[in-house]
Design a protein around this ligand. Structure first.
Ligand SMILES: [Zn+2]
Length: 175
């Protein structure tokens, strides 16, 4: 899956853990305009500049329900896509995959997070057309991680207090 919007953007600074927009539920997108197209293009440029595999709009300081992925699934097939106003669906019978997870907004460390190994996201694209992204492997993890961001949650909110302290101290040594 390729996304034509994955080229031509300008990288914006990545918002760091602790910034209010990262800890607040993002708003539904209602304006499908040029500004939204530019946001998605810039999100790709920002993600690639930071060597990420996914990025949510609030990670560039915009509190809207938009995320992008450029991530392989369990079959090593690379999925490059954006989704607006996504709804996450997880299987009723869940197999948990406990694996290392990191975040561009908590740069450096990673920590194990158990998540369902299959996920599906339904939403629309920047033109309002339906989008479905089905994920296994790393992509399943990524879809859940990015949906969490839009709900104001960072992956460190899903790990123990002790582990969170370790991760945040490693990412932000001066604080
Ligand atoms: Zn993240």
């Amino acid at each position: 899956m390729h996304d034509p919007l994955s080229e031509g953007g300008t990288a914006r600074p990545i918002t760091m853990h602790g910034t209010p927009v990262l800890h607040t539920r993002c708003a539904e997108v209602t304006a499908f305009d040029d500004e939204l197209v530019t946001l998605v293009r810039d999100m790709y440029a920002s993600m690639y500049a930071a060597n990420g595999v996914g990025l949510a709009a609030n990670q560039v300081g915009v509190g809207l329900r938009v995320f992008i992925v450029d991530c392989p699934d369990a079959d090593e097939e690379r999925v490059v896509a954006h989704v607006v106003n996504p709804e996450l669906e997880l299987p009723e019978v869940r197999t948990l995959d406990d694996d290392a997870e990191g975040c561009l907004s908590v740069p450096g460390p990673s920590s194990d997070v158990a998540r369902p190994d299959h996920a599906l996201v339904r939403g629309v694209d920047v033109y309002g057309e339906p989008v479905v992204i089905e994920g296994t492997g790393l992509l399943a993890r990524c879809l859940q991680h990015e949906t969490d961001h839009l709900n104001g949650m960072v992956y460190v909110d899903r790990i123990s207090n002790k582990e969170r302290k370790r991760v945040l101290a490693e990412a932000f040594p001066s604080t």
